[in-house]
Write a protein that binds this ligand. Structure first.
Ligand code: SAH
Length: 367
């Protein structure tokens, strides 16, 4: 097994070397407070919001409906930051992986996945992750810090600049590095900006947050946002789930299922249950029957994710016939089930492969 080098020590809040105020990441409310502090009329906030997120410009001179005097002033005291594109890798299947450089020298990844009628961006919410699921590459590198609002929206704005004109960004999944519910305020506010019709104008139906199931934060999310919820389950008994996800000691399978039955789902929506298939660990037909039974009270669909083998753990992806048998057993109970394809595998961009490293890795075994 290969050891991952820790990402770095936790750092103090990000302090930029640039003294100008960064407007990237600001919500409409933040911008209103800012323009008011400059003695400007409130409608200026909306104008800036539209330019920053709707039109995605980073140059005040392009803001033609803002007075010349204000533009000149903003150029001196403010900026609209962009993430540094350290590496952009393209996969044979069209998937693109971005390694972004942050202002304190750390880095995170996002993955842009083109499909026939969708363009999905998978974004990170933390540098590293403190949850430490046994099978996850990101967790092996430890945890450094939460991403700021600027860094979360920066990934989205940065990636949209890579979308072909006839294939704009349609979906966002918060399934990159980190546990999004540990960065709840920044996540809720930035997704509000992504959904705002003057912002990135994405529908709440097209944004999905994935969590290991932090119950109190999940309840909070249900109160504060309409984005879709996905939960990483990965086990069908307490013991099995604890083995792969130690967080199960704190928030048990039983309590999690109970919380999901109470989750305030908007009409016609379902919770997505993510279930990694790990050979010989949680992939038996008995597991499939148990999973169906567990989910009976939850309005849900199941996303099966055959494990992406990697040199950092000993878990393995099951054989195809076992994957099919698992899916069929689930479907025999009427559970809506899809198997998630491994996109971007050749550039280490598939689920669970985001480490945030720009390093040479040993040749990986193929599934
Ligand atoms: N922390 C959140 C967000 C990350 S989502 C969460 O865990 O839900 C990333 C998804 O990919 C999770 O369901 C995770 O369990 C899964 N995953 C992690 N490593 C994987 C791997 N090697 N192969 C396939 N899926 C993996």
């Amino acid at each position: 097994m290969t050891e991952l080098v820790p990402l770095g020590k936790p750092t103090a809040p990000v302090v930029s070397k640039d003294p100008r105020t960064d407007l990237m990441g600001m919500s409409l409310d933040d911008l209103s407070v800012y323009v008011e502090s400059l003695g400007e009329k409130p409608f200026r906030a909306k104008q800036l919001f539209k330019w920053i997120y709707g039109k995605r410009v980073d140059d005040f001179d392009a803001m033609t409906n803002v007075s010349k005097v204000l533009r000149a002033r903003l150029k001196e005291i403010a900026r609209i930051s962009r993430l540094e594109e350290r590496v952009v890798q393209a996969s044979r299947d069209g998937t693109k992986k971005f390694l972004w450089g942050l202002e304190d020298g750390l880095q995170v990844e996002s993955v842009l996945i083109p499909e026939e009628r969708r363009m999905t961006l998978c974004i990170s919410t933390q540098v590293g992750c403190p949850i430490d699921c046994d099978f996850c590459v990101t967790g092996k590198g430890g945890y450094t810090r939460n991403l700021t609002k600027s860094e979360i929206l920066g990934q989205i704005v940065g990636a949209t600049l890579h979308c072909p004109e006839d294939q704009p960004l349609t979906n966002i999944v918060l399934m990159g590095m980190g546990e999004p519910l540990l960065n709840l305020d920044n996540v809720v506010e930035t997704m509000d900006t992504a959904m705002d019709e003057d912002g990135l104008s994405l529908s709440h139906r097209k944004i999905t947050l994935s969590t290991v199931g932090l119950i109190p934060q999940m309840k909070e999310l249900g109160k504060r946002s309409r984005i879709n919820l996905a939960v990483s389950l990965h086990g069908t008994t307490e013991e099995q789930r604890t083995q792969v996800m130690p967080i199960n000691r704190k928030y048990s399978l039983e309590d999690l299922i109970q919380a999901l039955t109470e989750y305030p789902l908007p009409p016609r929506k379902m919770v997505t249950i993510e279930y990694i298939l790990l050979a010989g660990v949680n992939d038996s037909v008995d597991d499939a029957h148990r999973l169906a039974k567990l989910l009976r009270p939850v309005r849900s669909k199941v996303n099966l994710i055959p494990y992406n083998n990697n040199p950092f753990t000993e878990y393995k992806r099951p054989a195809d016939r076992d994957i099919v048998a698992f899916q069929e057993a689930l479907m025999s109970h009427g559970v809506h089930t899809v198997v998630r394809l491994n996109r971007g595998n050749d550039i280490d961009a598939a689920c669970g492969q985001l480490g945030g490293y720009e390093q040479k890795r040993p040749k990986r075994e193929r599934a």
